[in-house]
Design a binder for this molecule. Structure first.
Ligand SMILES: Cc1cc2nc3c(=O)[nH]c(=O)nc-3n(C[C@H](O)[C@H](O)[C@H](O)COP(=O)(O)OP(=O)(O)OC[C@H]3O[C@@H](n4cnc5c(N)ncnc54)[C@H](O)[C@@H]3O)c2cc1C
Length: 396
């Protein structure tokens, strides 16, 4: 039997980074990961640090875009977080913050960029609108079809393979106990407070006792929360990524598109990483649900569409060999915003998942650790799980 102040379920970026902050604050922390550290979305993603409003927030009408704009305050905190991360963790994370260009090819897309930029500027984010030539002056590889771009000097990218292991290592050094290949199977609330959690490693069951639980289980979050009889409305999505062979420096900035699914950056080794939210196909279980433990499969039309968009914006990409395509599974909430904070109907129970949590994960972790330490953190209000409280009215 192990007893700690906090039990964290999930060894992705959010879980490992939160373990570090809690351990540094003096809490006893146990983190349990069903597989290996960084084997989920945190190690499969595109590594974009995008602080401009994402295209997906803009394509479903003004009401949703207005709501999504409330995340800008967190994006501003995340910019500062990323600027200090390599020093804080003492590890080269290949962080590059040389700016980001969100491009437009049509007058309609330029109008979308203008509306987006107005929202961002009123939220305190210094995006600049550039015409096509000014964008090409910053990034000469952009093709002639780029009509305009919005530029944010703080954007960039980092190495998803380095970040989470660095947090896990620092958390262990700060005193957190990290167990891998240990699967949480049940959560029982104790009276008057705290939790008993049953976890299985190989053939061995272990009971873990904790005063607080933090679920950071990515796409598996609804299933883990269901063990505590809670509905958390997150839905799995499978996405496609592509990498070209290495080439000389052609893309200093992060490139995104306001009207097409596209993100591009050149990793430190010279490969161009191409993604932007093209779907892959989730595996299905015989009983009809999605099988999140099986690899999602590549949809050939997604891959050709993704590469077409990349070549239209940076024609030189057409001359490069594609060396790898892969799929990764992440999760989105019912209203697109991440879910992060205390579940107030179950004292001591916290959750964080969803959204672009490579960019925002280190910030969520710092803020959640403060909330778990008893502080009120206004910046997280917009993400509170309690906005979905009505789903749990009948859950007892
Ligand atoms: C292809 C792709 C591209 C992306 N690109 C970007 C990007 O460019 N920028 C950006 O900001 N975001 C991006 N994202 C999103 C980002 O990767 C995720 O938001 C982030 O990594 C989520 O981290 P996490 O810690 O919540 O989850 P994960 O990294 O998925 O970790 C969750 C962990 O919980 C564990 N777990 C589950 N169930 C249990 C259990 N019962 N017991 C114990 N452990 C359990 C899992 O094994 C897993 O390791 C992308 C995602 C994908 C898939």
């Amino acid at each position: 039997m192990s007893k700690t102040d906090v039990l964290i379920i999930g060894g992705g970026l959010i879980g490992c980074a939160t373990a570090l902050h809690l351990a540094r604050a003096g809490a006893s922390v146990r983190l349990v990961e069903a597989g290996d550290i960084n084997a989920g979305a945190s190690g499969q993603n595109a590594g974009s640090l995008h602080f401009q409003m994402e295209r997906r927030f803009l394509e479903n009408g003004a009401a949703l875009a207005d709501q999504a704009a409330r995340i800008i305050a967190l994006n501003r905190l995340a910019i500062d977080e990323w600027r200090g991360l390599e020093v804080d963790l003492g590890v080269d994370l290949h962080v590059s913050q040389k700016g980001g260009l969100m491009v437009a090819e049509t007058p309609e897309q330029v109008a979308l960029l203008e509306a987006k930029s107005r929202r961002e500027i009123s939220g305190g984010l210094a995006t600049q609108l550039l015409d096509g030539d000014a964008a090409r002056a910053l990034c000469p590889a952009l093709g002639p079809d780029v009509l305009a771009a919005s530029y944010l000097a703080d954007e960039g990218h980092a190495d998803p393979r380095a970040l989470t292991p660095a947090f896990a290592h620092a958390a262990a050094e700060a005193g957190a106990v990290i167990s891998t290949r240990q699967h949480v199977l049940s959560i029982t609330r104790r009276s008057p407070g705290g939790f008993d959690v049953a976890a299985k490693k190989g053939d061995e069951m272990e009971t873990l006792q904790a005063d607080q639980i933090f679920v950071a289980a990515g796409a598996w979050t609804p299933a883990v929360c269901a063990l505590a009889n809670l509905h958390i409305p997150l839905f799995p999505v499978a996405l496609l990524m592509n990498a070209t062979e290495r080439t000389g420096p052609i893309l200093p900035q992060l490139i995104q598109h306001v009207g097409r699914r596209l993100s591009m950056k050149q990793a430190y080794a010279g490969n161009v990483i191409i993604g932007g939210g093209w779907p892959s196909r989730l595996a299905q279980r015989p009983d009809g649900g999605f099988d999140l433990n099986a690899r999602a499969s590549i949809i050939p039309l997604s891959r050709s569409g993704n590469l077409r968009a990349a070549i239209d914006i940076v024609p030189q990409i057409g001359a490069l060999n594609l060396i790898r395509s892969w799929t990764g599974v992440t999760t989105i909430s019912a209203d697109q915003l991440p879910i992060a904070g205390a579940v107030s109907r179950v004292p001591g129970f916290y959750v964080a998942a969803g959204g672009s949590a490579f960019t925002l994960g280190p910030t969520f972790a710092r803020l959640i650790a403060r909330v778990m330490g008893g502080e009120r953190v206004e910046a997280l209000d917009v993400l509170s799980p309690d906005r979905f409280n009505h789903l749990n009215s009948f859950m007892g």
